[in-house]
Design a protein. Structure first.
Ligand SMILES: [Zn+2]
Length: 297
């Protein structure tokens, strides 16, 4: 199943306040607000300039969201939770802020293939239970898959989205975190097929249908030197500033100092009646904890 089909099942109404956490250059299109910890760091996106969407972006930490209790209808967090040192704290923060949640993260298969060293966890699920295995998987292929495979075979992995990514969508309060003692490597080895009947490599092979455009894109990238499509990708992605925060979104935000919800816009700042001020850098208001502490009036 493709990602767009999975996202198509997320039900939202026009009044829903939807917040994307960490969506960066590719947020959930229905989002009213994107919250990014590192809005200008694109080192994990193959050093491409960040393409901001036409959705307002603020800078904040995932564990201290400037959103009042029950303040949003849906939190969308795609490929974030595996990066966080404290995923249980993040889940708690999601439950505080939102009724519903969409979580997406790599499956074990994808963690093994890409072996991203900067992922803190390999995550497996059992119903609403998320099991976090400390990531100690060896990078047997270096960053080959991340650098080369993502660039050349985007269409390949799009068509296999469900094999490569876990998607959880539902009530936030139902989700449970578990931290098994074994590490990711120990977990993988515990499931080794050695000793079982023969490992059937055919069971997991699917034959997705590619569009003509995807076939052409794969064919072109397989024969062209990488510099050609890297240049094409750069041309497509100019640095842009995100959309300004409309008053309807500002009214949904909470001051991180006094937890009040009477934030006012004053030129290049957002101000609270308690005296706290949140400044703006390249179109992004800064609600990140270590920074806003220094901004107290
Ligand atoms: Zn305040």
């Amino acid at each position: 199943m493709r990602r767009e089909d999975i996202l198509g099942k997320i039900a939202t109404t026009g009044n829903d306040f939807v917040v994307d956490i960490g969506g960066g250059h590719r947020p959930f299109p229905r989002s009213n607000l994107v919250i990014e910890k590192y809005p200008f760091d694109h080192s994990l996106h193959r050093d491409r300039p960040m393409q901001f969407p036409t959705i307002p972006v603020i800078k904040a930490d995932a564990l201290t969201l400037p959103i009042p209790d029950g303040g949003c209808d849906l939190i969308f967090a795609s490929h974030i939770i595996e990066h966080l040192p404290d995923p249980a704290g993040f889940l708690q923060e999601i439950k505080r802020c939102s009724k519903r949640v969409y979580l997406e993260f790599p499956t074990r298969k994808r963690e093994l293939m890409f072996a991203w060293s900067y992922h803190q966890w390999m995550i497996e699920t059992e119903g609403p239970v998320l099991k976090f295995y400390r990531n100690d998987l060896p990078q047997m292929f270096g960053d080959f898959f991340h650098v080369e495979y993502d660039a050349a075979l985007g269409a390949w992995s799009e068509a296999r989205h469900e094999h490569l990514n876990t998607s959880l969508y539902g009530l936030a309060e139902e989700l449970v975190c578990e931290f098994p003692e074994m590490s990711a490597s120990e977990r993988v080895l515990s499931d080794s097929p050695r000793g079982n009947s023969r490992f059937n490599f055919a069971t997991d092979i699917t034959r997705p249908k590619y569009t003509l455009w995807e076939c052409a894109a794969i064919a072109a990238q397989s024969i062209l030197p990488p510099t050609v499509y890297a240049a094409a990708a750069r041309r497509k992605e100019p640095v842009t500033f995100p959309a300004d925060i409309p008053s309807s979104v500002l009214a949904r935000l909470m001051c991180l100092h006094c937890r009040g919800i009477s934030l006012k816009r004053s030129g290049e700042q957002i101000e609270c009646s308690c005296g706290a001020r949140y400044t703006r850098d390249r179109g992004v208001f800064d609600f990140d904890v270590p920074n806003h502490n220094t901004l107290t009036a």
